[in-house]
Design a protein around this ligand. Structure first.
Ligand code: MG
Length: 426
């Protein structure tokens, strides 16, 4: 390895250790931390973030020198590219802007939650307005070609542009409604049926065995919103949830997160401790989870091998493999993105994409979101939400300050589809 690269990787080791701690503390918040720990944990995390930035900026001049070097190998080029992106982000965006966004979004999340519960939009409105304004400023500071939204898309998916997403969505929003008109079952009685949590835990445990998740490098816990945490290559954790009814919800949370975990578990161990020991991008990461969830988990072959595991559920007795397959593949237009099926899911993302694009371009203001949302939902899915909670208040993302993240979900679905087609053809 080149001498400058060696210095960079040595300096980066501190950033890696901080990230390691931040990841573990974040996992603990969602799983085992007593509620009372939230304030101290928030303070500790904020300090760790400041330290991370400081350690990263300490190697910024080395990274700049390295970016002019020739004859770097692929890993070295990757290290320089990934670090240069992060350093650019921190050096172009003034600290008070990031602190401001943090403050507005942690307060805003509280009012978002109340508004969503009451199906109103007044407490959260001034916060959302500020969140949009701050994101517009961030786009200006980062710089962009053609469209300001490109600057925000690039934060979550390197190089992704409005041009790319317009092309992808134009194909999806034209094709999916045609497929929706086909004769596909739209309901199954198992969707309303309650299960015993202790039985469903046995199912999920059986599934992670079936997927061959390594018990010495992987664990599964419970949280409100399922997620995967790659603490290290040999320490990858997922969570799942138990709603108590419609057992496929819990099942697909588990399989989806296992998809993310399989990716993390297969990262090259030689890269551990470097900035490139991570998924290639959010979209690529999501393609792994969607591939396992939709193409493996909803297939006839999977039902065939997993049926004996489902038999842990006492409610399953009267249903055949073919009933279960139908139940796994029902399709219907619905208001809530996270409950939507494989086919309609991307239409939910298309709505959010159109709105974010217009908000950042200044072509839509916060007061107009609801009516534009209804218009798009009616156009794509043929239904109109009955209130704010069924509409844009359903997702946590905007309250957290994340604008530009949603498209990576659809990108993940599209990449998963490409992998599937190539694996059949190739
Ligand atoms: Mg995911």
């Amino acid at each position: 390895m080149h001498r400058i690269l060696e210095e960079i990787t040595m300096g980066y080791k501190k950033v890696w250790a901080l990230r390691y701690a931040i990841e573990l503390l974040g996992w603990d918040i969602e799983t085992y931390m007593p509620q009372g720990g939230a304030v101290a944990r928030g303070d500790a995390l904020a300090e760790l973030e400041i330290l991370t930035k400081k350690e990263l900026m300490n190697i910024s001049s080395l990274v700049e020198r390295a970016s002019n070097l020739e004859n770097l190998d692929d890993v070295e080029k990757g290290i320089v590219r990934v670090l240069a992106r992060r350093i650019k982000y921190y050096s172009r965006i003034p600290e008070d802007l990031l602190l401001g966004l943090n403050k507005i979004s942690s307060e805003g999340t509280i009012y978002w939650r109340i508004d969503r519960q009451k199906n109103e939009f007044n407490r959260f409105k001034p916060y959302l307005h500020k969140i949009v304004e701050i994101n517009k400023t961030i786009a200006e500071k980062l710089g962009y070609d053609k469209h300001p939204y490109n600057a925000l898309l690039d934060i979550y998916e390197e190089g992704l542009t409005v041009e790319d997403m317009d092309m992808i969505f134009s194909k999806l929003v034209n094709r999916i409604p045609v497929l929706l008109k086909k004769d596909i079952p739209s309901h199954h009685e198992l969707e309303d049926m309650r299960y015993k949590t202790e039985e469903m835990i046995k199912v999920n445990e059986g599934i992670i065995k079936l997927l061959d998740m390594p018990s010495d490098r992987f664990r599964m816990d419970i949280s409100t919103h399922p997620f995967t945490s790659g603490i290290a290559v040999d320490d990858v954790r997922i969570t799942t949830r138990y709603e108590g009814y419609d057992f496929k919800r819990s099942l697909y949370s588990t399989i989806h997160e296992c998809g993310h975990a399989i990716y993390e578990l297969n990262l090259d161990k030689n890269l551990e401790g470097t900035p490139v020991c991570t998924g290639a991008s959010s979209g690529v990461h999501e393609s792994k989870s969607r591939f396992w969830e939709n193409f493996i988990g909803r297939s006839k072959a999977f039902v065939e091998v997993a049926y004996s595991i489902f038999e842990h559920l006492s409610i399953i007795k009267k249903y055949s493999k073919s009933d279960i397959y139908t139940y796994f593949n029902v399709v219907k237009p619905s208001f809530i993105r996270v409950d939507s099926d494989e086919l309609t899911y991307n239409l939910h993302i298309a709505i959010r994409y159109e709105i974010e694009k217009k908000l950042i371009a200044g072509e839509l203001n916060v007061d107009e979101i609801y009516s534009y949302w209804s218009e798009l939902m009616n156009k794509y899915l043929g239904i109109k939400p009955k209130g704010y909670a069924d509409s844009f208040l359903q997702d946590v993302h905007w309250s957290k300050g994340w604008i530009g993240y949603f498209p990576t979900y659809t990108l993940g679905n599209v990449i998963a589809g490409i992998i599937k087609i190539n694996s059949i053809v190739g």
